[in-house]
Write a protein that binds this ligand. Sequence first.
Ligand code: ATR
Length: 266
Amino acid sequence: MKFAVIGHPVAHSLSPAMHTANFRSIGLDAVYAAFDVLPESLEGELKRFAAEGYRGINVTVPHKQAVMPFLTRLDPSAVHIGAVNTIRFEEDGSTTGFNTDMYGFLAPLKASGFKMEGSSVVLLGAGGAARAVAVACLDSGCTSLTIVNRTRSRADALSSSLSDSRVTVSETIPSDSSLLVNATSVGLKVDDPSAFPPSAISSETIVYDLIPVARETATIALARSIGARCFGGLGMLVAQGAEAFRIWTGLEPDVAAMSNFSTFGL
Ligand code: ATR
């Protein structure tokens, strides 16, 4: 069975190592590769994957919206978030687009017993990742969602597309929120500072940094030092990947093997 992730750039992706750890653990004869695909080659590459018998692919930045017109159908998860991160190649040659980012974001929070109902959420960022987080928080019953973004107009655009009275846009990060989510790319570079100032964090805060890296980001390091409960991006990466695997194969993955992949080979 063949799988892949496409993005541009994609070399940094942890998905091949993570999925390979699962294949080995459950004894599945499968491979998972990463392909750097330029936007102009997207349609042709999708046809190539279908022709070469791929079962499924993951889609990452910057293709999550661009792939949508090239797919035969969209699952409600993809329509709801307005982006696709998982494609399944069907036996009749057609394609279905799914989005497992919302499931991936919520799974670690749910597993920890966190209740979104009654929570005030601060969302830093206004790109594709932020959109999936916003929909997840609103759907699961947060009381308020404050969007803060470097470029105010993008925060306003995300806010109006959500059209929900619980959503506001702010220039500054409020200090008394239950859940702080970093959905910007701040933290991807090793020497990036914390995405949040210390004043926004208390020991009661939950800090969720979506940056999918094995190391501790400055955001998580700061939050831990203040005594906040922390979630890193690897938990979301694993959960969205596990859900993609279920969609592609109907099989249950070894989620523990997928979580532990970062302890070897990196
Ligand atoms: P993705 O789909 O992964 O969310 P994106 O659409 O490029 O990627 O969004 C990246 C987000 O990180 C944006 O909110 C961006 O802010 P702008 O809208 O102002 O570009 C944010 N971001 C990137 N670099 C940043 C930085 N150095 N400081 C603050 N925000 C940053």
